[in-house]
Design a binder for this molecule. Structure first.
Ligand code: NAD
Length: 355
């Protein structure tokens, strides 16, 4: 049982539609919101998907803005805002991963326009009221109810195009929300149940997606896992793993999902002796001798990158990364000190199992 004697549960009112083909109903969802002019958002890479979506939306499309970029640069947001005003947009439709969802959230934060999101990765941003933005090379994060998308359309047909390597790293990014959610100080029985079920969905379906990336049943189950893991991220605080990935992504320009994939077994391994009972579900779900080793073996079986060395991180950066990562204090199950983080980074650099 995940029962706790005392807890607080805060959940957002979000409409979720789930199923293959469901994103073609986006026009009906715009009508349901009482809106008539949707601005469609994507990255340049997914501009053709945005175009197809605009066809589905028909006369309700006010235009397309296809310049979403990693880490939500404020400059791009300002350009998108001007575009939204020019075309008289009254709602937003984001099709893509965390970068595109982030742009929609950044516009909504400034305008309170309602958002419909069609996720095409497992990052889970659509299920959170959190917005990360970058300005002048600095990434800051805020939480605000205006940022939470109102409607999510989880459509497995939209995620089959995600390449296998990104599929695997994005899945580990999602699993990271669940794993850290297990020991969050403000966890509750609902978030723990979501976390365990989210990890279970990935453990079951990711190997099948890897074998056949077009398998809609398996893709659907991974998307279901992404929703649950994202919902955990949206409801509880994160610790060492997410802070470390934030440092590595922000200060060393490492790729988001890959960094999560490499660091996860090590961050969980770092915390496993402090909270063995809370992390026990990780071992139960993925199978292994310890939570960290279980995640390392799973990542290895899925063909994920295992070494920071392979992501363009230099060995000579380890000391500086440990320094930055321990500069500001935050809560974590195991006490954080520079030597411990340095050892963690050395193991992650070489891709050793955390044991
Ligand atoms: P992404 O959105 O940056 O996508 C990476 C690349 O893959 C892009 O070029 C994209 O167009 C492409 N792509 C995405 N889906 C595809 C598909 N199905 N087929 C083909 N190509 C596809 O990557 P991401 O990992 O989803 O998002 C990372 C960003 O999201 C980071 O900036 C991260 O900080 C943010 N994020 C925020 C939250 C939050 O709650 N605020 C949560 C998770 C991630």
């Amino acid at each position: 049982s995940y029962f706790q004697p005392q807890f607080v549960s805060d959940t957002a009112a979000v409409r979720v539609r789930f199923g293959p083909g469901v994103s073609r109903e986006v026009g009906a969802e715009i009508d349901r919101l009482g809106k008539t002019r949707a601005l469609i958002l994507s990255t340049p890479h997914q501009a053709s998907q945005a175009l197809l979506l605009a066809e589905d939306v028909g006369a309700r499309s006010a235009g397309i803005f296809s310049k979403a970029a990693m880490h939500t640069p404020v400059k791009v947001t300002e350009e998108a805002l001007a575009h939204a005003r020019d075309v008289g947009a009254d709602c937003l439709v984001a099709i893509g991963g965390g970068s595109t969802t982030g742009l929609g959230k950044a516009i909504a934060y400034r305008t309170d326009l309602p958002q419909i999101v069609i996720p095409t990765t497992y990052a889970g941003s659509e299920a959170t009221p959190i917005l990360g933005q970058t300005e002048k090379g600095r990434k800051t994060t805020l939480t605000d109810p205006r940022v939470q998308p109102e409607v999510i359309l989880y459509d497995a047909e939209r995620i089959v195009s995600l390449p296998v390597s990104m599929t695997v790293t994005s899945a580990l990014n999602a699993i990271a929300h669940a794993a850290e959610g297990l020991y969050a100080q403000n966890r509750n029985p609902l978030t723990t149940a979501l976390a365990v079920e989210g990890m279970r969905a990935f453990a079951s379906a990711l190997p099948r997606v890897k074998d056949d990336p077009a398998d809609l049943d398996a893709r659907g189950e991974t998307l279901y896992g992404a929703w649950l893991c994202g919902a955990v991220l949206g409801q509880v605080g994160m610790a060492l793993h997410h802070k470390l990935c934030h440092t590595l992504g922000g200060s060393f320009d490492l790729p988001h999902a890959e960094t999560h994939a490499v660091v996860l077994p090590h961050a969980i391994g770092f915390n496993q002796t402090a909270v063995p009972d809370l992390l026990a579900p990780v071992t139960e779900v993925f199978g292994g001798t310890s939570p960290g080793a279980a995640l390392h073996d799973f990542a290895n079986r899925m063909g994920a990158p295992l070494k920071l060395a392979d992501l363009g991180f230099e060995e000579t950066d380890i000391d500086r990364a440990a320094e930055i990562a321990t500069q500001s204090a935050y809560w974590n199950p195991a006490p954080i000190d520079k030597t411990g983080i340095r050892n963690l980074l050395v193991a992650a650099f070489h891709g050793r199992s955390p044991g």
